[in-house]
Design a protein. Sequence first.
Length: 79
Amino acid sequence: MRKCATKCMKENVSCRESGCRMWIDYEDDHNCALIAIEKNGDMTLHEVAERLNISYVRVKQIQDKTLQKVGKRMLAVQH
């Protein structure tokens, strides 16, 4: 975990570094995706959508595209 996330968890404060690529606008998880993962573990697509303030459908599209890319890379490695 990044130092900033560890510090926020230790001090029980929300991250103020909105320029950080791990920053999310979700106070319950101290505005940090890393803290959200640490606190909640596996999350549903609906939970992810809520934290990112995007629709469930958009999260599903991102997931499908990612799985497609991973599948292509796995095929390339096998050959």
